[in-house]
Design a protein around this ligand. Structure first.
Ligand SMILES: NC(=O)c1ccc[n+]([C@@H]2O[C@H](COP(=O)([O-])OP(=O)(O)OC[C@H]3O[C@@H](n4cnc5c(N)ncnc54)[C@H](OP(=O)(O)O)[C@@H]3O)[C@@H](O)[C@H]2O)c1
Length: 228
């Protein structure tokens, strides 16, 4: 990279966001990372911002801080998300709404208030959705509803911002072993889950691809199929 390019990554305190931010720093990006709890990433080109993406005012404040560092984001990674398994009748309305607030309204806030940082014909927006945005399965109704909605949001904005020449790529992985599974049933078949390195293989391919290419939907999963 000739001149410093900034990437904004949501959900950098653990799992995929932590790995993606670390990779982008190695690639020469300056990375702005968001989470509610902060991250252990320690790098001179990393800016750690505590921000709850469900809170619109917090997102606006966060972009004011971003503006003190740069006026251009070449990469935006919409990654932060929550996942809880439960049968529909055992899912509280609060839990259902929290999936929507985090997985859909959060990215909406980032796009709405981040638009001023978009560089025409250059910015790439990468969304970490899920295979659950394509297929609903038992016990993930709140999560699946939120990820279907997230894909709808992104598809709509892609069309609306076509004139800006923004690239939109959406990753829809199957299960990956990350802390998101920590609270779930230990009997789930971990040997049917991908490793973070498998996810990173695809992410690296997407962000290092030629700048005229976007990946509207990439679905990938372990060859043993979806977790049930
Ligand atoms: N692991 C999988 O099997 C899998 C499969 C398909 C898709 N995905 C998707 O991949 C993404 C990352 O998940 P992961 O597996 O890496 O899980 P993870 O380790 O639990 O990481 C989730 C990240 O999101 C952040 N986050 C959650 N709520 C937030 C909020 N309101 N505001 C700001 N940050 C928030 C968390 O930070 P704080 O808690 O510190 O806020 C954390 O950094 C999610 O969108 C998930 O749906 C995961």
């Amino acid at each position: 990279m000739d001149e410093t390019q900034y990437a904004l990554v949501t959900g950098t305190s653990s799992g995929l966001g932590f790995e993606m931010a670390s990779f982008l720093l190695e690639e020469g990006y300056s990375v702005i990372g968001l989470s509610r709890s902060g991250t252990e990433i320690d790098h001179p080109n990393f800016i750690d911002i505590i921000c709850d993406i469900r809170d619109e005012a917090a997102v606006e404040e966060m972009f004011e801080l971003v503006g003190e560092n740069t006026d251009a984001l070449h990469l935006i990674v919409l990654n932060a998300g929550i996942f809880e398994m439960a049968p529909l009748v055992e899912t509280s309305t609060n839990e259902f709404n929290d999936h929507l607030a985090t997985n859909v309204t959060g990215p909406f806030h980032i796009l709405k208030h981040g638009v001023d940082f978009i560089v025409e014909d250059e910015t790439h927006i990468v969304t970490v959705s899920s295979i659950a945005a394509k297929k609903g399965l038992s016990n993930i109704s709140a999560y699946s509803a939120s990820k279907f909605a997230l894909n709808g949001l992104i598809e709509s904005v892609r069309d609306e911002w076509e004139h800006l020449g923004v690239r939109f790529s959406t990753l829809m992985p199957g299960a990956i072993i990350t802390p998101i599974w920590d609270e779930e049933n230990e009997d789930l078949p971990r040997d049917q889950m991908m490793e973070i390195a498998d996810f990173m293989h695809i992410f690296q391919m997407v962000v290092t691809s030629p700048s005229h290419i976007q990946f509207p939907e990439i679905t990938f999963l372990h060859k043993r199929g979806m977790i049930k």
